[in-house]
Design a protein around this ligand. Structure first.
Ligand SMILES: Cc1cc2nc3c(=O)[nH]c(=O)nc-3n(C[C@H](O)[C@H](O)[C@H](O)COP(=O)(O)OP(=O)(O)OC[C@H]3O[C@@H](n4cnc5c(N)ncnc54)[C@H](O)[C@@H]3O)c2cc1C
Length: 381
């Protein structure tokens, strides 16, 4: 079977579906038979996400007003001026799916992308095991951290770290406070959905064994597991490419991740807008070639990502490189410093999508320059 399609998107999760709703004449191929499954996400986002997508109330399971940062011997609680939202990630993806359909996007579930060559893709229909071929004008890889679109078309080298997360029943939670353990693996977390259910997890190179230690040390053994939501986090690095002619990468397929937190929704969704803008501008430009008006030069998607997305991600990457050098005693120093009102105020006011607040903190607390030894290390990598 062969067919002609215009904009082909591989991956029907949040980022691919968002692209599908923004592009006319688009088709999403998703290998799973249902949208939103399996969930591999904590679903915590800052309120900045509302600048990109609507968040109807039914998608928000909980609102977070405080972060408790704990080491083995110290802790500090930081309030947030605007709430963080805990999303129902399954419903979030399903809503993006419904929006895409409403905009005319076609969704082919149970279809796995295999390869592409000369503007034609090969997909496998997983229901009847038949191969299908489709030509495309634009191909968008939104196929997550193990992206085959990236593997087949780009030379990106992306490090991935396991993230183990369980959704558990666990009594006695403060429903407005996320607890973060920055000294466990890359970090560990307890994110409440309400006062009885939470998402507990860790990002670490040895995530499974570290998770067991973390669970033993910090939580009661009485927790009841409801769902395993583990996955991997692809780590951003500045050498990644995002576009090769009419092939585009977006979201986890090209590690649009804040390396400090493992969060990828905000920048992935933001990049979906940039893919759609670029493709729409390119098609307007090619229409213009047939008429007498002269359209301006279309800025490439790669250039747009580099000016709008990676300027944030680079700083998160540098900060992560600094944090990776920290020893237990460094975390205690930081947590104790964060008790200072001037630093707390900065953290309360800024959200983590824009990491510039780090410079403000350095100005407010020169003792943070104690970590300059690590900063040199981070900036030389
Ligand atoms: C444990 C964990 C917790 C996280 N918590 C947060 C958080 O709190 N906040 C946040 O912002 N981010 C978080 N993230 C990151 C976030 O989940 C990702 O950044 C986000 O899901 C990326 O979306 P995506 O659409 O790019 O990729 P994915 O969600 O990985 O989707 C890729 C899609 O492509 C499909 N696919 C793959 N290969 C093929 C193929 N060959 N053919 C067809 N379909 C294919 C997959 O089935 C999947 O549906 C977390 C990640 C993990 C692992």
């Amino acid at each position: 079977m062969a067919g002609e399609l215009n904009n082909i998107i591989i991956g029907g999760s949040a980022i691919g579906l968002r692209c599908g709703s923004l592009l006319s004449d688009s088709t999403v191929f998703e290998e799973h038979s249902s949208i939103g499954d399996p969930v591999q996400c904590s679903g915590i986002v800052t309120s900045s996400i509302k600048d990109i997508v609507e968040l109807p109330k039914k998608l928000i399971i909980n609102k977070i007003n405080r972060f408790n940062i704990r080491t083995d011997s110290s802790q500090v609680t930081i309030k947030t001026n605007s709430p963080n939202y805990i999303l129902d990630r399954r419903l979030f993806d399903q809503r993006l799916h419904d929006n895409a359909i409403r905009k005319g996007c076609k969704i082919q579930k149970s279809h796995r992308y295999i390869s592409n060559n000369l503007n034609k893709i090969k997909v496998l229909d997983l229901k009847n095991k038949k191969e299908k071929f489709f030509t495309y004008k634009n191909l968008i890889g939104a196929d997550g951290p193990f992206s085959n679109v990236a593997k087949n078309n780009f030379h990106n080298t992306i490090q991935k770290v396991p993230a183990v997360q369980y959704r558990v029943r666990f009594k006695g939670l403060d429903r407005e406070t996320v607890t973060v353990y920055p000294n466990k693996g890359y970090f560990a977390w307890i994110i409440p959905e309400d006062s009885e259910i939470c998402r507990i997890g860790i990002i670490s190179k040895r995530a499974n064994s570290d998770f067991i230690l973390f669970k033993k040390r910090f939580t009661s053994s009485k927790m009841k597991i409801i769902e395993n939501q583990s996955g991997v986090i692809p780590l951003y690095n500045p050498r990644i490419h995002y576009q090769k002619e009419n092939i585009f990468l977006v979201g986890d397929s090209c590690a649009m991740i804040k390396n400090t937190t493992g969060g990828g929704l905000y920048h992935g969704l933001k990049a979906s807008n940039l893919v759609a803008d670029t493709i729409n501008e390119r098609s307007e430009e090619s229409d213009c070639r047939t008429c007498s008006c002269s359209s301006g030069n279309v800025k490439s998607y790669e250039a747009k990502v580099k000016s709008d997305i990676t300027k944030d991600l680079i700083l998160h990457y540098r900060i992560r490189n600094v944090l990776n050098c920290f020893k237990e005693k460094d975390w205690n120093i930081v947590v104790n410093m964060l008790k200072k009102e001037s630093l707390k105020t900065i953290l309360e006011r800024y959200d983590r999508e824009n990491p510039d607040f780090v410079f403000k903190m350095l100005l407010a607390e020169p003792r943070l320059l104690y970590f300059i030894k690590y900063i040199f290390h981070a900036f030389s990598h």
